[in-house]
Design a protein around this ligand. Structure first.
Ligand SMILES: Nc1ncnc2c1ncn2[C@@H]1O[C@H](COP(=O)(O)OP(=O)(O)OP(=O)(O)O)[C@@H](O)[C@H]1O
Length: 276
């Protein structure tokens, strides 16, 4: 039997009286693409922190490739939420990627030829060779995001964690970044955990969705989880999954500012029975 890239058994996280996650069971297979959805404060980033070994579980068990999580593990690549980089930052794209390989080591030392080759390869794999030596602060948001992904993939991890990697990218760059991650998981069997508020750009790539809300969580294929019935149960309030002008949108969630939608689904992925 294949070892799961990520295994969660009865996993839970609570802060005082506040239960964020409980009874979470998940076996994520190598190469599988899991989208993690849910309103602000639901616990999506906390789940990533648990996988990174930065947040202990309150209950249950978490294994990566059959082993306990640990900080600085080569087995896990992490693309953190995008923060704009200071234009004056002295780091080059190449330096950031190199930190993905040896950032956990203390002190200055000369990088080996093998390490330099891995950095060059990682940059080439995301199409960033052209700006490998450019200062990071001068790159566009989309270019910086490619470099972050190169950094996360430089150690050839078996599990890639992405926290809102499409944030502030235009549609073309969203697609390019999503396709890059998709190619990686197909070519290297890298499992992907992809936290996002906007499912639409990756819906055709996603194998399963983990939707976390105050009423608990659901895991399954998008067409099973993203339905009026399931989301109404999760939010404990009537929520509709609608088809509007050829797009499916989720309306009625308590976290919608001014009633606008936060998920848009493509018509092909419209959950059975979920459209108006
Ligand atoms: N160490 C901690 N102690 C107490 N509360 C915490 C701690 N870490 C996180 N929280 C709380 O847990 C909740 C979940 O936070 P988390 O960042 O996981 O949410 P999220 O689903 O990623 O939200 P967003 O979509 O806004 O990024 C938040 O209300 C946060 O304040």
């Amino acid at each position: 039997m294949t070892t799961s890239a990520l295994s969660l058994r009865d996993a839970g996280v609570r802060f005082g009286d506040r239960v964020l996650l409980s009874g979470l069971d998940l076996e994520l297979q190598p190469g599988e693409f899991l989208a993690v959805l849910g309103p602000n404060g639901a616990g999506k980033s906390t789940l990533l922190k648990a996988v990174l070994g930065q947040q202990p579980l309150s209950t249950g068990e978490l294994l990566i490739d059959g082993q306990a999580p640990g900080r600085g593990s080569d087995r896990v690549g992490y693309v953190p939420q995008q923060k704009s980089m200071d234009a004056a930052t002295p780091l080059r794209a190449r330096d950031l990627v190199a930190l993905g390989i040896d950032g956990h080591r203390w002190g200055l030392r000369r990088r080996t030829a093998e390490e330099r080759r891995r950095v060059t390869e990682a940059l080439a794999a995301v199409g960033a060779t052209g700006y490998a030596d450019a200062p990071l602060g001068l790159l566009s948001g989309g270019e910086q995001q490619r470099v972050r992904i190169a950094q996360a993939l430089a150690t050839d991890p078996s599990l890639l964690l992405c926290d809102e990697p499409l944030l502030s990218l235009d549609l073309r760059h969203q697609r390019a970044v999503a396709d890059m991650i998709d190619r990686r998981r197909h070519e290297h069997d890298t499992a992907v955990v992809f936290v996002t508020h906007e499912i639409n750009p990756v819906l055709d790539l996603v194998d399963r969705v983990l939707y976390i809300a105050a009423g608990g969580h659901r895991i399954g294929p998008p067409a099973e989880v993203l339905t009026s019935e399931t989301l109404s149960e999760l939010y404990r309030t009537p929520v509709d999954v609608l088809n509007v002008r050829g797009r499916v949108v989720v309306v009625g969630t308590p976290d919608e500012p001014g009633g606008c939608t936060h998920h848009e689904l493509t018509p092909e992925a419209q959950p059975a029975g979920g459209a108006a």
